[in-house]
Write a protein that binds this ligand. Structure first.
Ligand code: M6R
Length: 366
């Protein structure tokens, strides 16, 4: 059942070229420039006219919501808020007429997310569910939705569900932007092609999994890790840190790279690995200066870069390069080495990576 792999987690990481393809199949046609999503089409006016979109989720799904915040704001020019379901539900949130709630959940059974959308529904919000488990409670409670089609995810660490969530959210944003007229034809077509190319590029990243294994062997005894990113890669930094915490039991924190100077930089010394998620994008120059700041304090830098980058490899202690991609779709590539890193560190330390201590696959308690 593990298809020849040692663990479900690594099997699911390696499934991603196929699961992302399954998610795009029948929806995205880059040649025709069409995106077919019945749930979005049926609620297109609500989405186009939404004064605000609120993403509600927990854990890794919340990180997908953070990436989507940047994508929706950029492409659709709709204000987006991303809420931890557990905080949103308890604080009597303000929901305006017309607001659209996008609930993101792999299991579709997360208690906090479920109750949060139930409350929002009572207040008249439209609920759009992005769910992996077909027929699950969140799918049933939503007014409309789109399945991620990643197949059953058994490992407690969410991997293939995350990249599928990003694929669905990106298609959704592109579709809304096209209908709303907030994206020009050229950029729309370019992004459709970039999205369609992701499965192939993920496969190329996975071919180099052995390189991450070697890196993991060098870093596995670190006591703490920092993960830094900017823009679309900031949520990827958070996701990398979460993966390391839950699978390897190493303390890790994710931060927007520019926040370092407001506190966390005090932690940096020659024992601290700092993982930079720094693929080539509009923030590149800025993140290069952030790397300089860490190197000046003798921090150990492991950088996830784009293949054509010649600047960061000259500064970093270790580098893992991923294929070039538009910044909007880049998180689906830059997260892969971070999933692998947490897996290989966890295995090297002898932990049960599929069932980390204290964790359950679906959190059905509040
Ligand atoms: O099933 P959901 O997507 O609603 O689950 C949300 C979180 O519990 C989940 O993403 C959790 O953080 C994972 N263990 C992360 O790998």
């Amino acid at each position: 059942e593990k298809g020849g792999y040692d663990h479900f987690m690594i099997k699911e990481i390696h499934e991603q070229p196929h699961t992302i393809q399954d998610c795009l199949r029948g929806r995205l046609d880059p040649a025709a420039g069409t995106i077919t999503m019945a749930g979005v089409e049926n609620h297109l006016q609500q989405l186009i006219n939404a004064p605000r979109i609120i993403m509600v989720a927990c854990g890794t799904s919340w990180h997908a919501g953070l990436v989507a915040e940047y994508v929706f704001e950029e492409l659709c020019r709709i204000p987006v808020e991303v809420e931890y379901a557990s905080e949103f539900r308890y604080r009597n949130p303000i929901i305006h007429k017309g607001d659209v709630i996008i609930a993101i959940s792999q299991s579709g059974e997360t208690a906090d997310t479920l109750v949060a959308i139930d409350r929002a529904k009572e207040q008249g919000a439209t609920i759009f569910g992005i769910v992996n488990a077909v027929g699950s409670s969140i799918a049933r409670l939503s007014h409309a939705g789109a399945y991620t089609h990643a197949g059953p995810e058994i490992g407690v660490a969410s991997t293939k569900a995350f990249t599928a969530q990003l694929a669905v959210l990106t298609m959704m944003a592109l579709k809304v932007a096209a209908a709303k007229g907030t994206i020009d034809v050229k950029r729309y077509q370019h992004l459709c092609a970039e999205l369609a190319a992701i499965p192939e590029k993920v496969a190329l990243v996975l071919q180099k999994a052995a390189d991450v294994k070697k890196i993991a062997a060098r870093y596995k005894d670190a006591r703490d890790f920092l993960y830094l990113g900017r823009g679309y890669n900031f949520p990827v930094a958070l996701e990398g840190a979460l993966k390391l915490k839950e699978i390897s039991y190493i303390h890790a924190e994710g931060y927007p790279a520019a926040e370092m100077k407001h506190g966390p930089i005090a932690l940096v010394d020659d024992q601290l690995p700092v993982v930079f998620v720094a693929t080539k994008d509009s923030y590149h120059e800025k993140i290069v200066s952030n790397i300089q700041e860490i190197k000046a304090r003798k921090g150990i830098v492991l950088a996830i870069t784009s293949e054509s980058d010649e600047v960061i490899p000259a500064m970093a202690d270790d580098v893992f390069a991923v294929p070039e991609a538009d910044e909007i779709v880049a998180p689906m590539l830059s997260v892969i080495p971070l999933q692998l890193l947490s897996y290989y560190v966890g295995v090297a330390k002898g932990f049960d990576v599929d069932k980390p201590r204290n964790l359950a696959k679906s959190v059905t308690v509040e």
